[in-house]
Design a protein around this ligand. Structure first.
Ligand code: TNX
Length: 547
């Protein structure tokens, strides 16, 4: 199997695991799903994939590549607006999709499947068409995902679906700072996430232990003599060195060239996923201070040692570093760095970190975040930061990512400044936590658990207003955050993410009133074969009877 751990991980009594139902098992659960009593649709030698414009053609090509590999069928992609009963038709066409309540029309779609109608996906947006074909994949036998040709009856049951998400941002965070993940590993994870309509990937590109994105000297302002190549030249070669788990492997070093990073952004976009880059300031900055000596002015910490340098920090310790708010060169540096980062970002948002700045001092911290927020605004982007940054000069539409601690500042920024909430509260959102005490990698400070625990909560209830849930309009969405002090490489990252991140795909999509953890367990059971067939590493705990 794909699960990498050869030894047994006991997960408590087996009794609760539900037996998967035959038939239609979809994640995320569509808003409106009918299963008319009609003959199924079957892909055959004459089947074509019809697309009506260049955007839907890209989605058609993506779908065809997946289905051709397993079915061996020709599945030509053709241009048009209608098809025969054995065709798949993808139509981007204007007009609101009815019966979706407050769900987001920007990603809405309809999907009709039947022997009489063929397959038809319609949406006013290319995102919606892409969402529709992800639903379609899950209607076929799991081995439609196979990377080799298999013989099967490629039929999908008749359905009538109209569907749209609850939130715009349904995401995962990947910590490539503590442990680098190569571009091919990131792309594999993107493919695995796209199958569940995940819409954002937040990349934590810099932390105390390493710097992962090339910043060039191009466009330096006059008087700026910092050699930005040192960021990757020095701190691209560092990572976590302390073993926080049983394994001997140290954190992987490396960095993305700008070309590689832009290629990842484009690849993610082809899977309708936006990348939100994070440069964490003013704390979590040892790798910056290690690489750029000029930034070690009086207010910077930890400060230089007897050798005149800031040593590389390979520990998993947090909270010991800060940039110097009072030093002009700090701002020269950040304007240059965020300028290049923003230039490579297609998302509206750039993440500025802001967490655990324990040695910055309160007033310095507020000033620091306020200035950083202004830099991001000046670049035409919206800042988002961890919830400590809620006290730092946010304006309407800026983001706050809640992970821990009191909620008063976050609520204040939402209610009085119009900031928007991304929910990642540690106990239900941190997928670097162990599944259970025997999981060989992972931390435990925010608790342990498998996917039901990560599913069974309402993000609107995390930050409450006088005891009441926030309206969905106050939320950007949800994100499963994966830190990597103990995680090595893309394969382990997937093992810790799946199946828990799949819970987030549904939390962010399906209306709260339609979500039920026992029903979800049944549908999740059907994803086991799919994850095996796609080569997605996952933890096969006993919360689902995989099939
Ligand atoms: C806290 S969550 C951190 C990270 C660690 C993580 C480990 C957050 C904003 N900061 O620096 O990696 O805990 O779970």
């Amino acid at each position: 199997g794909m699960s990498m751990w050869e030894f047994e991980v006991w997960d408590g009594p087996e009794a609760a695991a539900p037996v998967p139902a035959e038939g239609v098992n979809l994640i995320p659960l569509p808003v409106n799903l009918a299963t008319p009593d009609k003959a199924p649709f079957t892909l055959g030698a004459g089947s074509r994939i019809v697309a009506n414009n260049p955007e839907t053609k890209k989605t058609a090509d993506y779908l065809a590549a997946i289905f051709r590999t397993s079915t061996g069928l020709a599945l030509p992609v053709v241009t048009g607006t209608s098809g025969d009963a054995d065709d798949v038709v993808l139509l981007q066409t204007p007009g609101e999709i009815p019966n979706l309540g407050a769900q987001l029309q920007s990603e809405a779609y309809t999907l009709t499947v039947g022997a009489d109608t063929g397959v038809k996906v319609t949406s006013p947006t290319s995102d919606g068409v892409f969402n529709g074909i992800q639903t379609l994949r899950q209607l076929f036998p799991a081995f439609i995902e196979s990377k080799q040709k298999v013989i099967a009856d490629w039929s999908a049951p008749a359905v009538e679906i109209s569907d749209a998400p609850r939130f715009d941002k349904r995401g995962m965070m990947l910590d490539v700072a503590r442990d680098f993940k190569r571009p091919d590993e990131v792309k594999n994870i993107i493919d695995s996430l796209a199958a569940y309509k995940i819409s954002t990937l937040h990349m934590h590109l810099a932390d105390d232990q390493g710097w992962r994105i090339q910043i060039t000297n191009d466009g330096r302002k006059s008087g700026d003599t910092i050699d930005y190549d040192q960021l990757t030249g020095i701190s691209g070669k560092t990572a976590v060195t302390k073993n926080l788990s049983y394994q001997d492997e140290l954190g992987h070093t490396g960095f993305y060239t700008q070309k590689e990073y832009k290629d990842i952004v484009a690849y993610a976009a082809s899977r309708h996923i936006e990348i939100i880059p994070e440069i964490d300031v003013p704390g979590h900055t040892s790798a910056i201070l290690h690489a750029i000596p000029e930034l070690n002015t009086a207010g910077a910490k930890p400060g230089i040692d007897e050798w005149g340098v800031v040593p590389a920090d390979g520990t998993g310790n947090v909270g010991g570093s800060t940039l110097d708010v009072a030093s002009p060169i700090t701002w020269t540096f950040l304007e240059h760095v965020f300028g290049q980062i923003a230039g490579m970002t297609t998302s509206d948002y750039v993440h500025i970190g802001g967490d655990e700045s324990h040695v910055t001092g309160h007033d310095n911290y507020v000033e620091f975040v306020t200035k950083t927020v202004q830099i991001i605004h000046g670049l035409g982007k919206k800042p988002i930061g961890w919830n400590e940054s809620a006290i730092g000069g946010l304006t309407a539409g800026d983001g706050i990512q809640y992970w821990t601690g009191g909620t008063a500042d976050t609520l204040n920024a939402i209610k009085n400044k119009g900031a928007k909430l991304m929910v990642s509260n540690g106990s239900t959102s941190y997928i670097d936590m162990k599944y259970n005490a025997k999981t060989p990698i992972g931390l435990t400070w925010a608790g342990t658990g498998d996917f039901p625990k990560y599913y069974d909560w309402d993000p609107a209830g995390t930050v409450k207003d006088a005891g009441a849930k926030l309206p969905d309009s106050a939320l950007l969405g949800v994100e499963a955050a994966q830190w990597s002090e103990t995680i090595r490489g893309g394969n382990q990252a997937e093992f810790m993410a799946f199946p828990r991140v799949v819970s987030f795909a549904e939390i962010g999509w399906t209306p709260q009133a339609q979500r039920n953890v026992n029903d979800f367990k049944v549908r999740m059971a059907s994803m086991g074969q799919r994850m095996l067939a796609t080569g997605t590493n996952f933890y096969d705990g006993n919360q689902a009877k995989w099939r």
